[in-house]
Design a protein. Structure first.
Length: 215
């Protein structure tokens, strides 16, 4: 059985400066700017060779501008030493191909739904999204493409407040810049009681979003 490591243990390892732990430390993600689709294909080929040799397979998203890579040992909430080793080798391959990492492009988006009785609400979202349940509070895309859905327990109805909000999970060194950008774009801070773990912001009409690190 593979032993899991914490987000901090991953970050403290040498050779993973390109990578950011995200969503509670469950994933290690990197985005490499390749500048062309052809260069991206070369990087994906190199990643494939690393993954095959290690028998440890990341999620890889190839776009004309770059390549996103997500490493994990458990589908939801787990990193291991194996992720560290594969991350080191992928970074070396990207450097050899002249594809720099851009940590500002790493994030994860989650939709949070307030529910009085989650068991009555969650099955609808599993069905309508084609997702799968993970535990009692989370609904996940089995292909890890779309946002996750989280059902937040309510004790009483909130008729004057939105029942949905968005969680944006960011790397620890990117959240301050995003917070500043959101405020400059007309947002306001609703609560910073849990900072630096997360800030609750709202747009001009009161629609809420949490900017979160959760590490």
């Amino acid at each position: 059985m593979t032993d899991l490591i914490s987000a901090k243990q991953f970050r403290d390892a040498p050779g993973v400066e390109d990578w950011r732990t995200i969503f509670g430390g469950g994933w290690a993600c990197a985005y490499f700017r390749t500048g062309s689709f052809a260069a991206g294909v070369e990087l994906v080929r190199a990643i494939g060779e690393v993954a095959a040799a290690a028998n440890h397979h990341p999620d890889v998203d190839l776009r004309p501008e770059g390549v996103s890579v997500k490493l994990y040992t458990a589908d939801f909430g787990g990193l291991s030493d194996q992720d560290v080793a594969v991350a080191q080798q992928i970074s070396a391959a990207a450097a050899a191909l002249g594809a720099p990492a851009d940590p500002s492009a790493v994030q994860h988006v989650q939709v949070a739904i307030d529910a009085l009785v989650s068991a009555e609400v969650q099955p609808f979202w599993v069905a309508v999204l084609g997702y799968g349940s993970f535990g009692e509070t989370d609904v996940l895309d089995p292909l890890r493409r779309g946002p996750t859905f989280w059902f937040q327990q309510m004790d009483a109805p909130r008729p004057q407040r939105n029942r949905f909000h968005i969680d944006v999970y960011l790397p620890h060194d990117q959240i301050e810049a995003r917070l500043a950008a959101a405020l400059a774009a007309g947002g306001r801070i609703v609560s910073d009681a849990h900072a630096p773990g997360w800030w609750t912001l709202a747009d001009a009409e009161g629609n809420e979003v949490d900017l979160a690190v959760w590490e």
